[in-house]
Every structure is written in structure tokens, then in C-alpha cells.
Design a protein around this ligand. Structure first.
Ligand SMILES: NC(=O)c1ccc[n+]([C@@H]2O[C@H](COP(=O)([O-])OP(=O)(O)OC[C@H]3O[C@@H](n4cnc5c(N)ncnc54)[C@H](OP(=O)(O)O)[C@@H]3O)[C@@H](O)[C@H]2O)c1
Length: 291
């Protein structure tokens, strides 16, 4: 297959590049906004035609959740209108679209894990634009996998794990919210699952939404305690409530995703969040020693 990856320098795109480095079965085309702006319909069409694209993994997105409240048009353009451009190109070129969505499409008021068919009710601009992107892809008629994930982190880019590690080096204690529950997801595990989905699909017609995170469920407070315990940081972690840490965008109180469907479909197990966290922290340590 000729596989186009957009947003390839982001967290997820970087992990897909690592996996592709050892893959000889496909031809990979890696792009980011500097080489393929997914909002540019003509550029997308040229890229699909020239490279005979059979599949596209869309890792490009507007991911600044709080800033999106101030830039709703830009967030809509990148998270909804651009995925529609990719979906139209996929339909025209008979290619499969693998698109990533988010737990923020739900309202966060559930008390048990969200299934794919649960009603969506986004509570933030980011969540609304991602939900709209899903809808436009579903309506396009192209073949697609939409994979919703949550709490993504990796050794590259900006994310919660790296922010907490930096704070631990400059603070004796920090406050972290203890009333939002979800599941951290190592971007490598998601990348690995997406590549597996592509390989499993071959060239079958498909219109599926899946949920994928690591296994388990914890709060941001629990997550921070684990990060500091594993890395032996002495920084104290104080639990606080969401009310004590106001943000521009609403955060879901509960965003655990039910992964039964993707596990049954791929016949694969998913790593537990703590095991993946340990691997990512080892990678972060290796990178800092290499500097
Ligand atoms: N991060 C999370 O916690 C989280 C949670 C749930 C779901 N997700 C979803 O998972 C996916 C991957 O997230 P991520 O954390 O890997 O994102 P990321 O690190 O923010 O990477 C996104 C990439 O897309 C690029 N990009 C932005 N606008 C573009 C455009 N118009 N054309 C082409 N590329 C563009 C960005 O470039 P610049 O950096 O130059 O803007 C960046 O390289 C996204 O769909 C996201 O919504 C993320």
C-alpha cells in the first residue's frame, strides 16, 4: 500500500514514523503542515494523485484544547473541514482513511466506560470540532476507521507527562486534579494498533468507529503520583478538585473508553497504562542522556 501520514511531526505521527522505519511492506509518505497543509484541497488532491495513495492516516489536528475556545474557526477548519477534504480524496482515489478522534466528543457525565455507539455531547470547542470531523467523514461515503483515543502522551512534543517531569524539577510540591478520571495512552501503542488495523484491512470496504486507550482507569492525580514514583522524583503531589483549577475549556469528569470492540475486531490485547508509562519514561530518560 502507498500510505500517506499527515501531521507526522506530532506525538502520534512521530510514533508511526518509528514503526514505518522497520516496515518494508508499504511505501510511506510522511507530511506535516510545511509539506502538506490538509486544509488545502488542491494540495491534498495533488498528493493523492502523484503518489497513488491507498490509505491515509490523519494525525494532523488542532489539539490546543483551551486555545480552541478563542480560535473556534481555525479549530473547525483543521479538525472538521480538513478531514472532509481528506475523506473526499479517499473516496475519489478508493483509499482508506484512518482518522483519530477524542474522548472529548462525550459529555463526561457517565459512570461506566463509553462505548462507540453512546450518544455524543461535546462540551468544548475542541470536542465540537472533532465531533463534526467524525460526522463529515461518516457522511462522505469513503472507507474509514475513526479511532477515538484519550490522554495521549509520548517522549516528543508537549504533553502531561513531560509537563509534570519539568514541574518536578522546579517545584517542591504541585497541585493536580483528582476528580477527573480517564486512561492515559502511550502514542506508540496507538500507532502500533493503527498500523495493525491497516494491515488487517487490506482493501476491504469498511466504516467503523473504535475506541482505543491503554487499559485501566485513573485520575490525573494518580497519574502524576505514578510518574514521580517511577522516576523517583521527590516533588509532593497535592490532590485538588476541578473547581480549584479553572480552565478555559470544559474537561470531562469521566472519559474512560470501552475498548471491547477493537479488541474483538483485531484479536489483540492492549497494554496496561502503567506498563506503557514505564516504557515511555525509559525513552524520555534515554533521550535526555543522549543530549
Ligand atoms: N493529545 C491528546 O491528548 C489527544 C487526546 C485525544 C485525541 N487526540 C487526537 O489524536 C490525534 C493526534 O494527536 P497528537 O497529540 O499527536 O497531536 P499533535 O502532537 O498536536 O500533532 C498534530 C500535528 O498536526 C500538525 N498540523 C496542524 N495543523 C495542520 C494542518 N493544517 N495540516 C497539516 N498538519 C497540521 C501539527 O503541526 P504544528 O505543531 O505545527 O501545529 C502537528 O505536527 C489528533 O487527532 C488529536 O485530536 C489527542
Amino acid at each position: 500500500m502507498n500510505i500517506l501520514v499527515t501531521g507526522c511531526y506530532g506525538q502520534l505521527g512521530t510514533e508511526i514514523r518509528k514503526i514505518a522505519n522497520t516496515d518494508t511492506t508499504h511505501q510511506w509518505f510522511f507530511t506535516d503542515v510545511d509539506t502538506l497543509n490538509i486544509c488545502d484541497e488542491d494540495a491534498v488532491e495533488r498528493c493523492f494523485s502523484k503518489n497513488h495513495i491507498n490509505a491515509c492516516i490523519n494525525c494532523a489536528a488542532y489539539t490546543a484544547v483551551d486555545k480552541a475556545e478563542e480560535e473556534p474557526e481555525l479549530a473547525e477548519k483543521i479538525n472538521a473541514l480538513a478531514p472532509q477534504i481528506l475523506a473526499d480524496a479517499c473516496l475519489k482515489h478508493d483509499a482508506l482513511l484512518v482518522h483519530i478522534s477524542t474522548d472529548y466528543v462525550f459529555d463526561g457525565n457517565a459512570e461506566c466506560p463509553y462505548c462507540e455507539e453512546d450518544p455524543i455531547a461535546p462540551q468544548s470547542v475542541y470536542g465540537l470540532t472533532k465531533a463534526h470531523g467524525e460526522q463529515l467523514i461518516r457522511e462522505s461515503g469513503c472507507n474509514y476507521y475513526i479511532v477515538r483515543t484519550a490522554w495521549l502522551y509520548s517522549s516528543t512534543g508537549k504533553n502531561f507527562v513531560k509537563t509534570m517531569l519539568a514541574l518536578a524539577d522546579s517545584h517542591d510540591s504541585i497541585n493536580v486534579v483528582c476528580d477527573q478520571k480517564g486512561t492515559p495512552t502511550w502514542a506508540y501503542d496507538l500507532a502500533d494498533m493503527l498500523v495493525h488495523l491497516l494491515n488487517q484491512n487490506g482493501h476491504q470496504p469498511v466504516h467503523e468507529i473504535f475506541h482505543f486507550t491503554n487499559e485501566g482507569q485513573i485520575t490525573w492525580y494518580d497519574f502524576t503520583c505514578a510518574i514521580f514514583e517511577i522516576t523517583e522524583k521527590s516533588c509532593k503531589v497535592n490532590p485538588i478538585t476541578t473547581d480549584q483549577y479553572p480552565t478555559k475549556a470544559h474537561r470531562p469528569a469521566y472519559s474512560v473508553l470501552d475498548k471491547s470492540k477493537i479488541k474483538a475486531y483485531t484479536k489483540r490485547n492492549i497494554p496496561f497504562w502503567r506498563d506503557s508509562l514505564i516504557k515511555c519514561l525509559e525513552e524520555i530518560k534515554r533521550k535526555s542522556l543522549d543530549k
